[in-house]
Design a protein around this ligand. Sequence first.
Ligand SMILES: [Zn+2]
Length: 335
Amino acid sequence: MTTSETAMTTWLRELPKAELHLHIEGTLEPELMFALADRNDVTLPYDSVEAVRAAYDFEDLPSFLNLYYQGMGVLHTQADFFDLAMAYFARAREDGVAHVELSFDPQAHLVRGVPLEAPFEGLLAACREAESRYGISSALIMSFLRDRDPAEALEVFERAAPWHSVVDAVGLDSAERDHPPGRFAKVFARARALGIPGVAHAGEEGPATYIREALETLDVCRVDHGVRCLEDADLVATLRERQIPLTVCPLSNVKLKVTPTLTEHPLPALREAGLNVTLNSDDPAYFGGGMLDNYVACHDAFGWTRDDFIDMTCNAVQAAFMAEERREALLERLA
Ligand SMILES: [Zn+2]
């Protein structure tokens, strides 16, 4: 905490927040990227930490993904994934995050020859450590890359059978345009048959129809982003009636030019439409801030009150994959 921090920032920091939309590979800060490159003998196409940061001037989602997949090339072993997640948990604790749902992309590692054990066991060990060291609870979301073959997603999901009992949900991410969610109906149905719920990115760069498709063909219980739902009044009505949580990522949307500025962001309109909105950081190392930065930026842009933030934080806790006892304890702290 800095001495110049405002009373509102301090209050937002102390609010026990739940982060539902976080890609653990997107928490890789340039300093750790260089340390892991050194450890694993990987040559990075950058000379310095500053040069990496200078490259974070993205045009859109695809231009970010290029750098994102290059950055995760330094992750090889279980220890790398453990260190990555622990570095994130330490920052999350400073931000007052009480619960984190870590999404990760096994296919992005398998194609580099990194076996499933490395991310699964490294991340699970970090989740246990974060619980005992910081009191942060967590969940694991196994995500599939929508710009790759759906048959591969199904095959990878079956290969992950030893970890099905610790997968809290399956997800769908990566380049959205021209990659409709319906192609992944099989793997989501298979997960559902095993009692594993689904979430999916939809309506970030892709059209509102992808959100409807994710609901109807993947039967997702949450939509990641979903900001473009406002283009379809019937869809908005469905999302409102079913109170489907939207995991909105304000700073990410500005950085990837989904919206020109934060003040022009559809967040107030989404809330006015009676939708179930939550605030998240997405890929904090790349998009200019973690959970607290996102909360503070929204306060500055929209003038939201403490009650507004309590409302959205309660939405996140209600929508989280967590034990009921934990949920009740967090809701009590938010009351
Ligand atoms: Zn995302």
